[in-house]
Design a protein around this ligand. Sequence first.
Ligand code: 13P
Ligand code: SF4
Length: 377
Amino acid sequence: MSTTVSLSTYSFNDYRSLPNTELNERIAAAKASLGDRLLVLGHHYQQDEVIAHADLRGDSLELSRMAAERPCEFIVFCGVHFMAETADIVSNRPERLQARGGRRTTVILPDMAAGCSMADMAAIEQVENAWDDLGQVIDTRDVTPVTYINSAASLKAFCGRHGGIVCTSSNAAKVLAWAFARSQKVLFFPDQHLGRNTSLNMGITNDQMPVWDPYAGDLGGNSRKAIESSRVILWKGHCSVHQMFRPEHVAGFRKRIPDIKILVHPECPQEVNDIADLSGSTGYIIRTIREAPAGSKWAIGTELHLVNRLKQEHPEQEIHFLSPVLCMCATMYRIDLPHLCWSLENLVAGSPVNIIRVDDNTAAYALLALERMLALA
Ligand code: 13P
Ligand code: SF4
């Protein structure tokens, strides 16, 4: 290491202006000193310099599986808040705690400001109010609540309590099939686009999918008839990154490069998803590019850092970013080398910072909904 770290210095301010070379060395040294006790997980949307330090990288489903399966003392999660909450819940589930003599896995999010604007679009009070309001019109025993994993632990717990389930973008169709085997209707939150795109593929029509706007007053702005005849009630939430992709971007590429293929994430709006050649989760996008014949041409509609990494890793393909506007996930981007180094060195010093700890009651119900999903996926 080029600089000796004073372990009594925990202030993030001391890390802000350190050069990347020094941060990289210190992160590597901190990781080496923690060895197998530590697991650094990184979501594919992270910037390259952070991903370089991840022991494992994956999409939301893969990361929740990794957290559930790999025993360790500490998880430093280079992702966003809901992912770290999920890691806390699955890595500290009762049988794991028992096997470790009651010792918890400590889950750390290097920057607490790394949230998700979509997850913030559904608050537990709003979902509970919606459920009560629905109960005035339909029998909610015939509604399965399904939450996208991009949601607070309290919403996952709501699903656990009400016979519901969690989904990710890679298993949404399987999860909806599971839900429809149990009930006539589904309440899907917080991402209307993933819910709509997946349901349309299953033959459900838009007139069977009213959108519940928690700010629109009675019945989320819907008529009684619309709720009664619904199959999937979609929450009015979206991803601020993926909603930036527009049909005109698709048309522009097709005009300029006639043999291009358009590959998008299902968090994109229906009007983009419908005209794309292929649509699928982050993991699906990566596999599609990896398996494509050399010389294929792609315009990809998903987070910028992932698309740029695919370009670097696949020089044999011609890869374009679908939008002329740079759509990156600003909250994932909060995780940077200074925050990673700061959190790791505090961990080495025995004074962990930014611990994500879901309360036991919420965790127990959220685990029910997560386990239903993990058993399917
Ligand atoms: P996946 O990792 O499931 O594709 O989800 C994308 C995303 O928005 C993560 O926040
Ligand atoms: Fe949330 Fe969208 Fe960022 Fe994913 S990409 S963390 S859904 S804001």
